[in-house]
Design a protein around this ligand. Structure first.
Ligand SMILES: Nc1ncnc2c1ncn2[C@@H]1O[C@H](COP(=O)(O)OP(=O)(O)OP(=O)(O)O)[C@@H](O)[C@H]1O
Ligand SMILES: [Mg+2]
Length: 409
């Protein structure tokens, strides 16, 4: 009898995952708060609930009176997914590991003695932030402890209105506290790997591109990136060592591990790790095309209790993949067209999407949720890949309503 798999999340970033999932013989019970979520067309049953609300998911799943055999999260919800696994008595990572990797402060407190972690402080109110910044020469970045996609993340400098920054950041924290961290200059990497029978297998170091950091300041916006990593490959041995050690500390057996690293003066700092699949199509498109490893399939196998053939988890090659995102101006969009449609036929384009939801006007460029499209290309070398990706992004013609949105900062 096919197994019943509870998938959490059916948004645009989950589509590729559902396409892989459809090859498996299982019943898909998809949870999303949006009945029109694009991934739902691949599901056998729909459960309406916010994927961030454990009780609501459980309450509404119980109503369908179906035995749940596996839980497959798509999104930053490792802790909720792990709690559901515990409830349904399904194998999972340790609950404590899911908890600390879902909270930027808990993670740092737990692991600060074992890794290079930037100086950090818990911030509960404005005066704590004010005191920290005024009594310290360090450059700080503040972030909500429990959010993702750079939501609420603010890079401070001596001109920042700290009260504004505090109020802005805390809005994005459910737990209502922040973390202030020393800002470490240097190249930033996103990493992702598989933990198989307790052994970490590194799949990808992705150079994060922050060329717009000045443009969108004080927000920290990544506009794409590329792999193989220019910098990461030099430090491959150390990166592997650090992430293996993290997976051991978190007692991961069969799981995936996503990391944010920054390198300064030959020292690798761990900004955070997550026990979930990465977003931004890194796990679903970039990694399989760059390495030949289908990391999403690995996660699906784990959630269905299927053993993965060991040969399938090691990188087979290192192909050049480049991604760039599209951002709008801070104006209301009237229409989105393409200057030259034939460019879109280029065989090196792996993925090109415009994901602007016209009904949801979000013209403030303050987090990764402000992105309105992306392109991922393959290329014989990084330089050519960047040129092609930029060409595709510049080929998008956005018309705006003439009135500029009032900038509130
Ligand atoms: N201490 C730091 N030093 C340097 N850069 C940092 C630091 N903390 C965060 N950043 C930068 O800000 C980005 C967003 O911060 P963080 O990863 O904590 O938030 P997030 O919501 O998880 O965002 P993302 O989805 O981009 O990872 C990081 O990816 C990194 O580029
Ligand atoms: Mg992060």
């Amino acid at each position: 009898m096919p197994k019943n798999l509870l998938t959490l999340g059916a948004g645009i970033e989950s589509i590729e995952n559902y396409l892989i999932l459809k090859k498996f013989d299982c019943n898909i019970i998809a949870v999303d708060k949006n009945p029109n979520a694009p991934g739902l067309k691949y599901a056998d049953h729909f459960v309406k609930a916010s994927i961030h609300n454990y009780s609501e998911i459980l309450r509404n799943v119980k109503k369908i009176k179906t035995k749940i055999d596996g839980v497959l999260p798509f999104g930053d919800i490792s802790y909720i997914a792990t709690r559901l696994c515990k409830y349904f008595k399904i194998n999972s990572i340790p609950l404590k590991s899911a908890k600390i990797t879902s909270d930027k402060l808990l993670f740092k407190k737990e692991l600060k003695n074992h890794f290079n972690i930037p100086f950090f402080k818990k911030i509960k109110n404005f005066s704590q932030l004010n005191h920290l910044v005024k009594s310290n020469k360090k450059k700080f970045i503040i972030k909500p402890v429990d959010n993702s996609g750079a939501r609420g993340v603010i890079l401070l400098n001596n001109k920042t209105n700290l009260r504004w920054a505090f109020n802005y950041c805390i809005k994005y924290s459910k737990k209502k506290h922040l973390i202030a961290e020393e800002y470490i200059e240097g190249p930033q990497l996103s990493t992702e790997g598989i933990v198989h029978n307790g052994k970490y297998v590194h799949l990808c170091s992705f150079d994060r591109n922050y060329e717009f950091i000045k443009k969108y300041r004080p927000f920290v916006i990544e506009n794409g990136g590329s792999t193989p990593s220019k910098i990461g490959d030099k430090y491959n041995f150390e990166i592997n060592k650090i992430l293996s050690k993290v997976s051991k500390k978190l007692k991961l057996k069969n799981a995936t591990l996503k990391g944010d690293l920054v390198i300064n003066k030959n020292k690798i700092y761990l900004l955070e790790v997550a026990t979930r699949l990465s977003g931004g199509w890194l796990s679903s498109i970039t990694i399989p095309h760059s390495t030949g490893v289908n990391i999403v399939e690995y996660v699906i196998n784990n959630s269905l209790g299927i053993e993965t053939d060991k040969k399938k988890i090691f990188p087979k090659y290192k192909k050049n993949i480049v991604q760039r995102y599209l951002f709008p101006k801070e104006m209301r969009i009237k229409s989105i067209k393409f200057k030259n449609k034939s460019i879109l036929q280029n065989k090196n384009i792996i993925s090109f999407k415009i994901f602007k939801n016209k009904s949801k006007l979000n013209e403030k460029i303050d987090s990764h949720a402000s992105r309105i499209g992306h392109v991922i290309v393959k290329s014989p070398n990084k330089k050519k890949g960047i040129l092609l990706a930029k060409k595709i992004i510049n080929n998008v013609k956005i018309n705006y309503y003439s009135k500029k949105i009032k900038n509130k900062f």
